[in-house]
Ligand binder design. Structure first.
Ligand code: NAI
Ligand code: 15L
Length: 266
């Protein structure tokens, strides 16, 4: 197998539960971590329950780890203090641990909310300026910049996967654009782990949807070619031909409803 030990943080979460079995072919041992309950360890698994904000615990968590899929943390808007502990302190702890342990590569579950205050009429690529739409989005920008710093400083490689909306199916018209199927998520992770050299890269996590806001051509070297498309769900959200179709911040900006969760300055 390509790796001895892969660490998956956020293993008790929505995506972590999906990934748990699907990443097994890539490593002799999968180490699963979360603050929440992950059940019993199955064959080829190690379970380490810890809080990402607990630095000594996270330093230990990284021992013997070749590569990380960092999916743990707060996954939506919350108060700054909570986000600071789980996402900012937590991601710092993870990179410190990786540096000490000699971990070579991290795939960081970043988010479209790092760029959510760009308008839906724009098409972004890896070099577009970040434009966070929430404290949550700010924590993802922090994680991406931290990853860049650790690459420049220590050579740890990171793919920042700016996930759109990864759920069984799109839940609204916006997600027809941002949807990332679970199969395509797994493929994005596989490509990000196996590509010979990634340096510090930004990859948008979206399926092969018809109308998209993100252009992955600058990350073509990663080799990610999504196979699914939200078109299979178009009966759920018939396209009116106009998007945004009403004068509302949530349909004006790529981050959707997240732009309304913070201070109301729109
Ligand atoms: P989730 O909220 O279901 O899972 C996150 C997991 O992190 C939870 O199991 C939670 O217990 C754990 N966690 C929270 N705080 C922690 C802490 N202090 N220490 C240790 N573990 C902690 O979220 P989901 O949907 O599975 O997302 C996983 C990752 O992907 C998150 O980082 C999220 O920001 C990112 N993402 C997900 C998207 C999606 O569409 N599902 C879109 C964009 C980004
Ligand atoms: C995210 O970053 C969240 O983790 C997820 O729950 C969704 O809200 C997603 O973005 C989205 O923008 O649809």
């Amino acid at each position: 197998k390509p790796f001895k030990r892969i660490l998956l943080t956020g293993a008790a979460g929505g995506l972590g539960k999906i990934l748990r079995d699907r990443i097994k072919p890539w490593a002799d041992v999968v180490r699963l971590s979360d603050i929440g309950d992950m059940g019993e360890a199955r064959e080829g698994e190690e379970i380490v329950r810890c809080d990402l904000s607990d630095k000594p615990a996270v330093l230990k968590l990284l021992e013997g780890v070749d590569a990380v899929l960092h999916f743990g943390g707060i996954s939506t808007e919350s108060n700054f203090e909570a986000i600071m502990a789980a996402n900012i302190q937590g991601t710092y702890n993870l990179y410190e641990g990786a540096h000490k342990a000699g971990t070579r590569r991290i795939i960081f579950a970043s988010s479209n909310h790092a760029i959510g205050f760009h308008k839906v009429t724009e098409v972004l690529d890896a070099d577009s300026p970040t434009r966070p739409d929430s404290m949550y989005g700010i924590s993802k920008v922090f994680g991406e910049q931290l990853a860049r710093y650790y690459f420049d400083r220590t050579g740890i490689e990171t793919v920042c996967l700016r996930i759109g909306s990864s759920f069984p199916e799109p839940k609204n018209p916006r997600m027809m654009r941002t949807w990332l199927s679970y199969d395509d998520l797994v493929e994005a992770l596989r490509c990000s782990l196996m590509a010979p050299r990634v340096g510090h890269a930004i990859l948008y996590g979206q399926s092969n949807n018809e109308a998209v806001w993100w252009d992955n051509s600058k990350a073509a070297f990663i080799g990610f070619k999504p196979k699914d498309s939200s078109e299979q769900f178009k009966h759920l959200f018939p396209d009116t031909g106009v998007y945004p179709d009403k004068d509302d911040a949530a349909t004006t900006y790529q981050g959707g409803g997240f732009v309304n969760d913070g201070p109301q300055y729109i």
